[in-house]
Ligand binder design. Structure first.
Ligand SMILES: [Zn+2]
Length: 308
C-alpha cells in the first residue's frame, strides 16, 4: 500500500479536467493542484471511481493546499489507468508534480471494505449511517490521498525530514484530516489497514524491512494521533473500548501536539500570501499547545513509568 514510485512520469493524453482548486487566480503565480479524472474507466472500476468522485475528497485537499501553500510547481492528480510501469496503487512521482491514483486501486479498497462491513463489528465511534463500503471507501481514500499529498509537499518544497519519509507522509494525512475534516478519515483508514493487516497474515522479512511501518503499526499510529488530538472526546471510544492500548495512549496527546506543530512549522515558510496571517497564528498556537502537553506529560511521567 502506498508505495513510492521510482519510475518516470508517463504523460497521458485524453484526460478531461473536471475540477481545479484555487480561488484567487489573479496574478497568483504559485503552482496549483488540479484533480483530473480520466473518462476511460474499466467497467469493473466504475463504481469505486464514482464513489470517490462524488465525495470530492480529492478536490477538498487540492483546494486546501491551493489556499494555504505557495507551491513552486503545479501538481496534477490523475485518476487514470495510464500509469507508469508497475504502478498498482496510489503513488507520488519523485518530483512531487504528479500523483497517480489507479482506478483499480480504488476498487481494491472498496473490495476490502465490502468484506469489513460484513465481518467486522462497527466501532461505536464510527457513525452507523457511514458504515457501508461506499462511505468507508471515500473516507479512507481521503486519508490515503493525504498520505500522497504529504509526499508531494515534501518533494516539491524539499522539506527537511528527521525520520522516514513514509512516516511523515502518514503524519500529513493525520494532520490534514484531523484538523480539516474530523475523525472519519483516520477511523476509516484504521479500519481499512486493520483488515489489510489481517489479510497479510504473519509478518514477513519484506514487511519488516519496508520503508513503511508494518501495517498493523500504522493502524495504531492513526488512532494515536486522533486520540491525542482530543483525549476528552476520544479516550473513551478508542482506549476505553479497547481499540488503542492503554500502554500507548498516554503518549498520544504529546505525539499529536508534536505532529501538529511540526507540520505547521514545516509549511510556515511556504504559506500563501492570503493564508499567512491565519497560518502564522495557528503555528504559534500549535507551539504553545506542544509546550503545555510536554509539561503535562512530564507531570504524569513518574506515575506512568511506575505502572509499566
Ligand atoms: Zn508513501
Amino acid at each position: 500500500m502506498l508505495r513510492t514510485a521510482v519510475a518516470g512520469a508517463l504523460l497521458a493524453a485524453g484526460l478531461a479536467v473536471t475540477s481545479s482548486g484555487g480561488d484567487s487566480a489573479k496574478a497568483d503565480t504559485n503552482g496549483k493542484v488540479t484533480v483530473v479524472y480520466d473518462n476511460a474507466v474499466k467497467p469493473k472500476d466504475r463504481q469505486a471511481v464514482a464513489v470517490v468522485r462524488k465525495s470530492r475528497v480529492l478536490e477538498q485537499l487540492a483546494e486546501w493546499v491551493n489556499k494555504s501553500v505557495a507551491l513552486p510547481h503545479d501538481l496534477e492528480v490523475k485518476v487514470t489507468d495510464k500509469v507508469p510501469p508497475g504502478v498498482t496503487d496510489a503513488v507520488t512521482q519523485p518530483d512531487g508534480r504528479t500523483i497517480f491514483v489507479p482506478p483499480s486501486f480504488l476498487t481494491q479498497i472498496e473490495g476490502v471494505l465490502s468484506d469489513v462491513v460484513k465481518t467486522v463489528k462497527r466501532p461505536a465511534l464510527f457513525p452507523k449511517d457511514s458504515f457501508n463500503a461506499d462511505d468507508l471507501t471515500a473516507l479512507s481514500t481521503q486519508f490515503v490521498f493525504g498520505h500522497e499529498m504529504g509526499h508531494a509537499l515534501q518533494r516539491q518544497l524539499l522539506l527537511p525530514n528527521l525520520g522516514l519519509e513514509e512516516d511523515a507522509a502518514d503524519g500529513f494525512a493525520s494532520f490534514y484530516t484531523v484538523n480539516e475534516v474530523g475523525p472519519g478519515p483516520s477511523l476509516a483508514a484504521a479500519i481499512l489497514f486493520d483488515e489489510i493487516a489481517r489479510e497479510e497474515g504473519k509478518l514477513t522479512l519484506e514487511g519488516l524491512s519496508s520503508d513503511h511501518p508494518v501495517t498493523q503499526q500504522r493502524v495504531f499510529n492513526f488512532l494515536c494521533y486522533l486520540e491525542g488530538s482530543d483525549p476528552k472526546r476520544f479516550h473513551g471510544p478508542l482506549v476505553g473500548a479497547g481499540y488503542l492500548p492503554k500502554t500507548r495512549a498516554p503518549l498520544c496527546p504529546q505525539a499529536w501536539a508534536m505532529l501538529d506543530f511540526g507540520w505547521w512549522t514545516q509549511l510556515k515558510p511556504y504559506f500563501s500570501g492570503a493564508f499567512k496571517d491565519q497560518g502564522d497564528k495557528t503555528q504559534e498556537k500549535a507551539r504553545d499547545h506542544l509546550i503545555a502537553e510536554t509539561k503535562a506529560f512530564e507531570k504524569q511521567l513518574d506515575e506512568l513509568r511506575s505502572a509499566q
